[in-house]
Design a protein around this ligand. Structure first.
Ligand code: GTP
Length: 292
C-alpha cells in the first residue's frame, strides 16, 4: 500500500541503519543519511521523504536540533519525524514530542513495533497528502485551484508591497469554449481544458498557475519586470494556439494587470485584470490586453 512512499532513516551508526532498514523492508522505499546535515539536505530534495526515522544522539548536530530545523523550514515542516533513541527518560521523550516529532521509539527496538509504528504514520501521511490534493489542486488539470490561488495571492501581494517588487496577474479565458463543448462533446471539452492547463503551467519559480473555475485560469508572476512578464504572456497565446487537440483550433484571451498603489487588496488587482480580459474578448479574442 505504501510502495511509493519513502522513509528517510538517519543514524550515524551504519549497523543501526541496516537494522532499521530491515525492520521496514517491503513497507516502503528507503533513503539513508549518516548525519543531521545530510538529513536536512535530503529532506529538502524533491521527491521528499514521507517520514523520517531520526536518531537523537549524533555528533555535530543532535536529532533534536535536526528536528527543530526541519520544523522551522516551510519546505520540510510537514514531514513527520519519529525519534529512534537510546535515551529512555520521560523528559527525553517529552522533549522529542514537544519539538514536533509524531512518535518516539526507544532502543533496543523490537522490529515488529518499528514496522507497526512506521505503517501507522505512513497511513496518516497518505491520508494527509490526499486531503491536500483535494484541498489545493484542481482535479481535472492538476493545476492549483482557486482556493490555493487566493491564499498564495494574498501572501505574494503582501511581499510585493513590503519589498517593492512587481506582481502581475493574468486572467485567462478559453475563447468560445461553449461551442467546443457543443460541437465535440463535454469529454473533448475536458481534454481541451487539460491540454490548455498543461500549456499554461509555466515551469518557473516566479509563476503560479491555477484553474480558477470553468474555462478560466489565473497566473501570477512575481518579481518579474515588465518586458519579461509581457513576453511570457505572449508565449502563452502561441503555446495554446499551437495545441490543436482533435484538430480543434483553440485560443485564449488574456487580461493582464500589474500591482499598483490603487490595489489595496488582491481582489482589486484581479478585478483590473478581469476588465482587461473583457476588453481582449471585445477586441477580437486570441489576444492580450493590459489593464490601466
Ligand atoms: N467540458 C467542460 N466544460 C466546462 C467546464 N466548466 C465549464 N464549462 C463550460 O464552459 C462554457 C463557458 O462558456 P461561456 O462562458 O459562454 O464562454 P465561451 O463560450 O468560452 O465564450 P467567450 O468566453 O465569450 O469566448 C460553458 O458552456 C460551460 O458549461 C468543465 O469543467 N468541462
Amino acid at each position: 500500500m505504501f510502495n511509493k512512499q519513502t522513509v528517510l532513516i538517519v543514524d550515524d551508526s551504519p549497523s543501526i541503519l541496516k537494522m532499521l532498514a530491515s525492520c521496514i523492508k517491503g513497507l516502503c522505499q528507503m533513503k539513508t543519511a549518516h548525519s543531521g546535515r545530510e538529513c536536512l539536505e535530503i529532506a529538502a530534495q524533491i521527491p521528499q521523504p514521507d517520514l523520517i526515522l531520526l536518531d537523537v544522539s549524533m555528533p555535530e548536530m543532535d536529532g533534536y536540533e535536526v528536528c527543530e530545523q526541519l520544523k522551522m523550514n516551510p519546505v520540510t515542516a510537514a514531514i513527520p519525524v519519529i525519534f529512534v533513541t537510546g535515551l529512555q527518560g520521560e523528559k527525553d521523550e517529552e522533549k522529542g514530542l514537544m519539538i514536533g516529532a509524531v512518535d518516539y521509539i526507544t532502543k533496543p527496538f523490537r522490529p515488529a513495533i518499528v514496522a507497526a509504528r512506521v505503517s501507522t504514520h505512513l497511513t496518516i501521511k497518505l491520508q494527509q497528502d490526499k486531503l491536500n490534493q483535494l484541498a489545493f489542486y484542481d482535479q481535472l488539470t492538476g493545476l492549483y485551484n482557486r482556493h490555493y490561488l487566493m491564499d498564495v495571492a494574498k501572501q505574494k501581494m503582501q511581499a510585493s508591497q513590503q519589498q517593492q517588487h512587481p506582481l502581475w496577474v493574468l486572467m485567462i479565458d478559453v475563447d468560445h469554449f461553449k461551442s467546443i463543448n457543443d460541437n465535440h462533446g463535454h469529454s473533448v471539452g475536458d481534454l481541451v481544458l487539460q491540454q490548455v492547463g498543461e500549456a499554461l503551467a509555466i515551469d518557473d519559480e516566479t509563476a503560479v498557475t491555477a484553474r480558477s473555475g470553468g474555462e478560466e485560469f489565473v497566473i501570477l508572476f512575481d518579481q518579474c519586470e515588465d518586458e519579461e512578464a509581457f513576453n511570457k504572456a505572449i508565449l502563452l497565446l502561441d503555446a495554446v494556439e499551437s495545441l490543436n487537440p482533435h484538430k480543434i483550433n483553440v485560443t485564449i484571451s488574456i487580461g493582464m494587470a500589474k500591482i499598483s498603489e490603487q490595489d489595496k487588496d488582491f481582489d482589486s488587482l484581479l478585478k483590473r485584470a478581469d476588465i482587461a480580459l473583457y476588453k481582449a474578448k471585445e477586441n477580437g479574442r486570441n489576444r492580450l490586453e493590459l489593464a490601466f
